[in-house]
Design a protein around this ligand. Structure first.
Ligand code: IDC
Length: 324
């Protein structure tokens, strides 16, 4: 097994405090059986903003904001003109794999957890690129197996066919999960696997009616505070009442397009709900793209040693919600 740093700068790291994670009932628990809540930041599309996966950057986020998890968002299909894992060539796939492994290693050295995210989006049905997904996990899992700080996310946000309006169902997601999870577990049965839910990972209520039949599974809930309000919080409440383990692997303080205005009132209500239920959360996104959800200002080209001046308004909310 790879070494995950237990102490840094005279204090215990997140991994030093918690060690191996697993799922018990609706909670994520640590090696001592205590409930754990992780808080962290998601990269933007790794094909578009690979430069932020570096030691200097992650170190700054851990040291300044007490981040305990980083999410590596590897788009499975093309977005904004940048090829994803499935439609790029082998050289691009190699680059993405190397980037992920370097991100995982940096997190191990910092003693934090790391989510490896198969980020479906425009490939709205995870079954579309399932062969590539299986190829990816078969290749990476033998290496990730050595890293006890890794959490696996198998389908970011199942959503809909914009041409026909057809929405991917939980049954269809389950078909995908029931093919992919056994492949991962055969190589490495030790990790938490997070599974996306219908409607851009909002329908945890539907998943809670027929959860998957494996150990150590969590279900994805995503919200963008200005768009998704009580109606999505009600879904979370329903799922929690049914004991569904939820992981918010992505949220934004603005609108669902990652842009728009920041809604502090709705964000605070959401974060209180998550904290009250010890639900882990990860904010979108680590980049300087000119959009509301980016945490770094568009004119800031630094890749680390961030100061308050480098943070956008979303970045300031990130800071507030990390060091709670
Ligand atoms: C958005 C990015 C934006 C990019 C778009 C398409 O912020 O810059 O142009 O994707 O690649 C999600 C997705 C996440 C989205 C985000 C904001 O998981 O990929 O990122 N969002 O729209 N779900 C709900 C919102």
């Amino acid at each position: 097994m790879k070494t995950i740093t237990l102490d840094r700068n005279g204090k215990k790291t997140a991994y030093g405090q918690h060690g191996h994670l697993s799922v018990s009932g609706k909670n994520m628990v640590d090696a001592n059986g205590n409930i754990v809540q992780l808080r962290g930041i998601s990269t933007h599309n790794l094909s578009s903003y690979p430069e932020y996966v570096c030691n200097e950057c992650f170190t700054s986020l851990v040291d300044n904001y007490d981040v305990t998890v980083m999410r590596l968002a590897m788009y499975s299909a093309v977005a904004d003109g940048d090829n994803g894992y499935s439609d790029g060539d082998d050289a691009h796939r190699d680059e993405l794999e190397k980037l992920i492994l370097s991100g995982v290693q940096i997190c191990a050295e910092l003693g934090i957890y790391c989510i490896v995210d198969w980020h479906i989006l425009f490939d709205y049905d995870p079954n579309m690129n399932i062969d590539m997904a299986i190829k990816f996990w078969k290749k990476l899992c033998p290496i990730l197996k050595e890293y006890d700080n890794v959490i696996i996310e198998i389908c970011n946000e199942p959503n809909m066919n914009f041409d026909t309006g057809y929405k991917v169902t939980w049954d269809e997601i389950s078909v995908f999960a029931n093919k992919v999870i056994p492949v991962i577990k055969e190589i490495d049965d030790s990790k938490i696997i997070v599974v996306g839910t219908p409607t851009w990972s909002q329908d945890v209520d539907i998943a809670s009616n027929s959860p998957l039949k494996y150990d150590n599974i969590m279900y994805t809930l995503h919200f963008y505070a200005d768009t998704h309000r009580d109606e999505v919080r009600d879904k979370a409440g329903y799922a929690l009442a049914k004991n569904l383990p939820i992981f918010v692997t992505e949220f934004g303080v603005g609108d669902a397009l990652g842009d728009g205005i920041i809604n502090d009132e709705q964000s605070d209500i959401w974060i209180k709900l998550l904290n009250d239920n010890s639900i882990s959360y990860v904010i979108w996104n680590l980049s300087n793209k000119a959009e509301t959800s980016s945490i770094i200002k568009a004119d800031c080209t630094k890749l680390g040693a961030f100061t308050d001046d480098d943070l956008t308004e979303s970045g300031k909310r990130m800071k507030k919600y990390m060091n709670i």
